[in-house]
Ligand binder design. Structure first.
Ligand code: FES
Length: 98
């Protein structure tokens, strides 16, 4: 099945280090890849003790002022919700322990 891609600028701010720990434009699959997996694929390894079942809460990230579980959301759905009018998506996250 054809899966179109678009660009997404992923920005990860570490609250512990008080700096941007990752910022890069990435191709993003429209059919969705979990945020936890996308971040791991680019070297940002979030804690995870339940293999993405949504139980341990260790993969929590801050997104638009709310804590969400990276194993329960796709990067595409989050960036699309913020940037419905744009083709160029930006996804800014904060992680407590980075
Ligand atoms: S990995 Fe356990 S809640 Fe996300």
């Amino acid at each position: 099945m054809y899966s179109p891609t678009k660009n997404c600028e992923l920005i990860v701010f570490g609250r512990a280090s008080q700096r941007i720990v990752f910022q890069r434009k990435l191709p993003l699959k429209a059919d969705g890849e979990l945020l936890l997996s996308l971040m791991a694929r680019h070297g940002i390894n979030l804690a995870s003790a339940c293999q993405g079942q949504g139980i341990c809460q260790k993969c929590s990230v801050w997104y638009v002022g709310k804590k969400i579980l990276a194993c329960q959301h796709t990067a595409d759905s989050l960036s699309r919700a913020l940037n419905e009018q744009n083709d160029d998506h930006r996804l800014a996250l904060e992680v407590d322990y980075l």
